[in-house]
Write a protein that binds this ligand. Structure first.
Ligand code: HEM
Length: 147
């Protein structure tokens, strides 16, 4: 019998949406990457764009469903070089590797909050980590032009 997908093991779209909802609120409240961030783009987005948060939650839910093998296709508003590519969605935000790690830690805490088993937690975090280079592209570019 074929092994069930990560999507199925996580409990499907509603379980994933609940995780993303909690995680996305936690990121906005996080002092390093949300409303109190030293990164002006992240701070301004968190403070000034609350109307974009429901859409971001929808897009992140779609992305996780897609990467986890669910029956939904993520269609980016700012397409990257691959269907799940995140470089254009994050370029202007200039997210540093440390900021990425803080967001990943927030995701880990959310997965613990929902008591997601270790194996599935590891798979979700690995799926995120695989796109770290893309999310950090804008930061790396800006660092090069400062040199
Ligand atoms: C691999 C890790 C990440 C994933 C899977 C992810 C997922 C996404 C997705 C799917 C979108 C919407 C893309 C679109 O509209 O085309 C998005 C946008 C966004 N992401 Fe991420 N993201 C990640 C890392 C981060 C990090 C570290 C931050 C820092 C706080 C962040 C903050 C944002 C913000 C503020 C937007 C919204 C931009 C807008 O207003 O359109 N993301 N992300």
């Amino acid at each position: 019998m074929a092994e069930s997908s990560l999507y199925e093991r996580l409990g499907g779209v509603c379980a994933i949406a609940a995780v993303i909802d909690h995680f996305s609120d936690a990121v906005v409240a996080n002092p390093a990457v949300g409303k109190g961030s030293k990164n002006p783009a992240l701070r301004e987005w968190s403070v000034e764009e609350p109307g974009r948060l429901p859409g971001l939650k929808f897009m992140r839910t779609l992305w996780v469903c897609n990467v986890a093998g669910g029956p939904f296709e993520f269609t980016a508003t700012k397409p990257g070089s691959t269907p799940l590519g995140l470089e254009e969605a994050h370029r202007e935000l200039r997210i540093s590797p440390e900021e990425f790690d803080e967001v990943a830690a927030e995701l880990g805490r959310t997965l613990d909050y929902f008591k997601v088993p270790e194996r599935e937690k590891g798979e979700v975090l690995s799926a995120f980590a695989a796109h770290k280079g893309e999310v950090n592209e804008g930061y790396k570019e800006a660092a090069q032009t400062r040199r």
